[in-house]
Write a protein of this length. Structure first.
Length: 512
């Protein structure tokens, strides 16, 4: 830091640039504009060494960008605020020049302190250096603005995905219309999940954006650093983006893609679960791509009228809630049944405590125990049934049916016996382990105590049953709940206890 002493203010930059011919220093200075050499600190260091002076650079707010702080008040304030373009400060031992970068809209202040007065050569070098620094600062501002825009666009993409995940297609279309008009002017879509190296996800996302050419919503998964989530609308009956995404995966070694079947746009959460399930298959597929296999789902073997009536009755304790509250609770519960509370929270953009609070509220309204897998399977069945036709007409009146009546039909029994019968051939008695594991709420330790085996053996057995059943069990989600329903249909596990709202529940209308 120097003593200001006597200050001489110069209204504009001076220097004999017309009269002095630059030497080798001009080529060296211009060399700092090469793409690989653009560094503000390197330029100020070069200036300090070239004219044997101390050099510092600060932004308009006074934050140091390079070098030591040389002046803190006086003319530096006038230069920083744009009142003057440059100034000179003289002391018995130092000569200091101040130059504003980007005048009149100041981007920074360059301070150069020398023991000798500034001759024509030094003045010329300083002036040319100011010009180079202005270019570098302008470039840095542009890059920063582009990054801010990219972050804002990413946040917007995530917000649209979160709206789709909770079935709010109207709001999703409204938000998307500003940047991607017409993207969701459709009622159906496929969801893809791409998996690759986390460090190369940005490159993968950029290639996907280019390949999709505006025909898909591409989101960096907020919960899994290796994943990209793609919502590809079906346009005029065609999935325009899907084949292009598969070609991108082919050009990225170590990358995989799983895709859903065609789903209503309001069923994005269901499609996402299918894509994740297909991704697990893609990891073992030669072309590293897989589409969710349409298979016989248990609900398709049930009487649709009886199933809808049962689902409506089971979820009726939520009917008195405001529409948006009910939709929020149901969407969160559906995701919470398929993913952890942490991942559900990240996907929805809320806290995990909010996720737990919403699910506990539903749990209380239904007088249910969500720690029980059979209960979760039954409630998930009801949620999916209502979500499939949320605004459709109610089915004709049918005799009330319970879950047991829905499941104990000849088609369901045949399906369940065929599915679980695949496990009978394994000498490890995988069927017994899976049945006990489900009854224990998916807890390996409790299962091990019940069967008298090691907990790791339980996990190995459950993992071994997955390829046989062609369903993921340890990851939870729809695959697991189908296997639970198969056990319920055959009577291998107890039917869940599901009742009406608790009389003392704050949302209950029983005592109002």
């Amino acid at each position: 830091m120097i003593d200001l002493g006597r200050a001489v203010v110069l209204g504009s930059r001076t220097g004999g640039t017309r009269d002095s011919a630059p030497g080798d220093w001009a080529d060296e200075l211009l060399g700092h504009l090469r793409p690989a050499a653009r560094d503000i600190g390197a330029v100020t260091a070069w200036l300090a060494g070239t004219i044997e002076a101390e050099v510092s650079l600060q932004d308009a707010a006074g934050t140091l960008l390079a070098g030591p702080r040389l002046i803190t008040d006086g003319p530096v304030t006038d230069v920083a605020t744009g009142r003057i373009a440059s100034a000179a400060v003289h002391t018995p031992s130092r000569h200091v020049r101040l130059a504003g970068l980007g005048h009149p809209v100041t981007k920074g202040v360059l301070a150069v302190a020398s023991r000798r007065s500034f001759d024509r050569r030094a003045t010329d070098i300083v002036d040319r250096t100011v010009w180079v620094l202005e270019l570098l600062l302008r470039e840095r501002e542009t890059i920063s603005a582009v990054r801010r825009l990219d972050r804002a666009t990413d946040d917007l993409r995530l917000a649209i995905l979160q709206l789709l995940m909770v079935g709010d297609t109207i709001a999703a279309r409204r938000v998307a219309a500003g940047l991607w008009p017409g993207l969701f002017d459709t009622d159906s879509a496929r969801v893809y999940v791409l998996e690759g190296h986390a460090t190369r996800r940005d490159d993968l996302a950029e290639d996907c954006q280019e390949a999709a050419d505006g025909h898909a919503l591409i989101v960096r998964c907020p919960a899994v650093d290796e994943h990209l989530i793609v919502v590809a609308p079906i346009e005029r009956g065609h999935d325009v983006a899907g084949p292009q995404l598969c070609s991108v995966v082919g050009g990225h070694p170590g990358t995989f893609i799983g895709g859903s079947v065609r789903q209503d746009l309001a069923q994005t959460a269901t499609a996402y679960g299918q894509a994740v399930s297909a991704l697990a298959v893609a990891r073992f597929h030669p072309d590293r791509a897989a589409v969710y296999a349409e298979r016989t789902h248990p609900e398709r073997l049930m009487d649709p009228s009886a199933l809808r009536g049962w689902a409506d009755r089971l979820l009726s304790p939520l009917d008195d809630l405001p529409h948006h509250t009910r939709a929020e609770l149901l969407a969160t519960t559906r995701l919470g049944f398929s993913f952890t509370a942490v991942k559900t929270a990240i996907i929805l953009g809320v806290s995990r405590n909010t996720v737990r609070a919403r699910m506990e509220r539903v749990e209380g309204l239904l007088a249910a125990d969500f720690s029980d897998l059979s209960t979760r399977a039954a409630v998930q069945l009801a949620l999916n049934t209502q979500a499939a036709v949320p605004d459709g007409p109610r089915p004709p009146a049918a005799p009330p049916a319970g879950l047991t009546q829905l499941l104990r039909t000849r088609p369901l029994l045949a399906w369940a016996d065929s599915l679980l019968g695949r496990l009978d051939a394994d000498t490890r008695d995988l069927r017994r382990t899976v049945r006990a594991w489900i009854a224990a709420g998916g807890n390996a330790e409790r299962t091990a105590q019940a069967l008298g085996i090691h907990a790791q053996t339980v996990r190995d057995h459950v993992r071994g049953a997955e390829p046989v059943l062609e369903r993921e069990l340890l990851a939870g989600g729809s695959d697991l709940y189908e296997v639970v329903l198969a056990h319920l249909a055959l009577g291998d596990i107890e039917e869940p206890a599901l009742g009406r709202a608790k009389r003392d529940h704050p949302d209950s209308t029983v005592h109002k």
